[in-house]
Design a protein around this ligand. Structure first.
Ligand code: SF4
Length: 357
């Protein structure tokens, strides 16, 4: 057994709805949306809750989840019970015990265009299976499942366990950075859940499969997974969908008001996949970017000042200035300190604020 006592990890403070994180601008709650798929009317209801109890905006994460920031907290550090009720009533809290471990990314365009298999049913099946396994409530809040329809979009997101379609019938299980068994597509969820249960048994205080002494061989991993080329999400009018980028991942109330009530999918690249009948001009007028060549596709930023107490600069404002300038084709990510939150998983230039920019 490896002695891990010499290198203790900080406690798991990954936020959820029932366990908020206290930031400089108030409490932050993170609402999970497995596969980025939102309940009908879900986004509009979240937006209404954010307007009533927080800073008014919805903030998309790099895992296809949604954060509400600037929440008023009482003297005990708790968020309003009516906010919790509103988010739960919108369909985002199927399990109180497992709310922070429902971290699933899935190919957003699966079943719509491209890919080798339609993995949409697997997302709901995996979510239900995770929530019905009592031991998986002890997964770390940063543990990530991925379901890839074979196009290689989400397996490149440094997930802990993945299932990637090889064709319409078979999936390869990925275990950290290692390749696991090939299973029938109907057995993929069971294989993922079994590996996750085994991880809980052996992880002690570790957060990720890659941190295990055998880097995942304990869970059946064998050889390194093939390295994939970075995936670029397409934007604009696609075959069967409209794909838009959300600048800085922020959906304001005005932007939320032009979105449809059904069929909204949050991507892990701070964008949305929408039904094909949406009004693209209205989306663009509201602030979404439906074009492949948008300058926002090359600029991102962490939360920054004044919302984060560690930030040395207002990174969002710096990002807006950067977008307004002629830029190179290389992606720029602007952060307020060395933690480099939200850095994209593809090659980019990292700009770290040393003082107000
Ligand atoms: S990178 Fe630093 S400043 Fe930016 S959100 Fe993370 S901790 Fe805050």
């Amino acid at each position: 057994m490896t002695d891990r006592s010499a290198d203790p990890l900080p406690p798991d403070r990954c936020p959820g709805l029932l366990r908020p994180h206290l930031a400089a601008d108030g409490a932050l709650v993170r609402v999970r949306a497995p596969g980025g798929r939102l309940p009908d009317h879900g986004l509009r209801r979240l937006s209404a809750a954010a307007a009533r109890f927080a800073d008014g905006d919805l903030h998309l994460t790099s895992r296809g989840n949604i954060q509400i920031r600037g929440v008023f907290v009482d003297e005990c550090g708790g968020v309003p019970e009516r906010l919790v009720t509103a988010v739960a009533d919108a369909g985002f809290l199927p399990s109180a015990s497992h709310e922070r471990v429902r971290n699933v990314v899935a190919s957003p365009l699966s079943g719509i265009t491209g890919g080798l298999a339609d993995v949409r049913p697997l997302v709901a099946e995996l979510d239900a299976a995770v929530c019905s396994e009592p031991g998986l409530a002890d997964l770390p809040g940063r543990f990530l499942f991925a379901i890839d329809d074979g196009r290689g979009d989400v397996t490149g997101l440094r997930c802990d366990l993945s299932a990637t379609a090889l064709d319409a019938e078979r999936m390869r299980i990925g275990i950290g950075g290692l390749s696991g068994p090939v299973v029938p597509i109907t057995g993929a969820v069971r294989a993922l859940v079994d590996a996750a249960v085994r991880f809980v048994e052996v992880r002690e205080t570790l957060w990720h499969v890659r941190q295990l002494p055998g880097e995942g061989r304990e869970l059946g991993g064998v050889a390194p997974l093939p390295r994939l080329a970075p995936y670029r999400m397409p934007y604009g009018v696609l075959d069967g969908a409209v794909s838009v980028l959300v600048p800085l991942g922020i959906i304001t109330p005005a932007m939320a008001s032009v979105l449809p009530d059904r069929g909204v999918i949050v991507t892990p690249w701070r964008g949305l996949v929408l039904p094909p009948d949406v009004d693209v001009d209205a989306l663009a007028d509201a602030g979404f970017e439906p074009a492949e060549n948008s300058p926002w596709s090359r600029v991102s930023a962490c939360t920054g000042a004044p919302r984060c107490s560690l930030a040395r600069s207002d990174t969002r404002e710096a990002a807006r200035r950067t977008v307004a300038e002629p830029s190179s084709s290389r992606h720029v990510h602007i952060v307020g300190c060395e933690r480099a939150c939200g850095a994209p998983p593809f090659p980019h230039t990292l700009v770290v604020a040393r003082s107000p920019m």
